[in-house]
Design a protein around this ligand. Structure first.
Ligand SMILES: Cc1cc2nc3c(=O)[nH]c(=O)nc-3n(C[C@H](O)[C@H](O)[C@H](O)COP(=O)(O)O)c2cc1C
Length: 211
């Protein structure tokens, strides 16, 4: 089993979303001890935005464009996705949506004639579906009755991942990290409960029928 983790916080290992994603990775590895974890850390901004050639390739026939630059990077990132059996995306909310580094990654992997096809009925994903775990951290709440801001992050991610065929998206979050230590502890506890409930059900689903 291959687990691909995409880490998007500029805060690296001390980030809240990374911390939450580690709990998800640990639970996945507990289910499949031989699992291989592939790390793609982009929070430092090391992934460039797509270049002109890549933008051209979204419209032109593939044969007409160079396979260098962003096309080559895109090939590498898409192959990582294709080889994975589960994907964990660790991301903070930035300005109500995905951080720009995650948007840059999406721009590389959501690629016409490669990970989706345009048909008369709309865009059709080309990737095999597999579980995607979102580990999100936010300074304020964006879900539930105490939300005081709109959430453009989770609807965007679900829609764009669905475009390339990834529909099985599971969401976990630590919300309210800006509200003080007590609030963070409470948010972590809520996330732990949600994880425990999710993976308890996943374990039951995997128990073979003994009859
Ligand atoms: C540039 C920037 C924009 C942010 N925008 C929001 C926002 O719109 N809503 C929110 O709740 N928190 C926002 N935050 C706060 C982060 O989401 C919060 O600190 C989160 O816990 C960071 O997660 P991390 O530790 O994984 O990086 C923003 C932080 C930064 C640096």
């Amino acid at each position: 089993m291959n687990i691909l983790r995409i880490s998007c916080s500029p805060r690296g290992a001390s980030s809240e979303s990374q911390r939450l994603s580690q709990k998800i990775v640990d639970r996945l590895v507990a289910q499949a001890p031989a699992a291989n974890v592939v790390e793609r850390s982009i929070g430092d901004g090391s992934l460039a935005h797509v270049d002109a050639n890549y933008a051209l390739a979204q419209h032109a026939a593939a044969a007409e464009v160079s396979s260098l630059g962003s096309m080559a990077t895109s090939d590498v990132l898409i192959r990582e996705l294709e080889r994975s059996d589960a994907i964990v995306i660790a991301t903070p909310m930035h300005n109500l949506g995905v951080p720009s580094v995650l948007k840059a990654w999406l721009d590389h992997v959501v690629r016409a004639r490669r990970t989706f096809h345009v048909t008369a009925a709309g865009k059709v994903g080309a990737l095999r579906d597999r579980p995607v775990y979102l580990a999100i951290a936010s300074g304020g709440r964006f879900s539930g009755e105490q939300a005081r801001q709109p959430d453009f992050l989770t609807p965007h991610l679900k829609a764009i991942l669905g475009t390339i065929g990834l529909h099985d998206v599971r969401l976990f979050s630590v919300e309210g990290t800006g509200a003080g230590a007590e609030a963070v502890e409470a948010a972590r506890a809520r996330a732990d409960q949600a994880l425990a409930a999710h993976f308890a059900i996943a374990r039951v689903e995997r128990v073979p029928d003994a009859t």
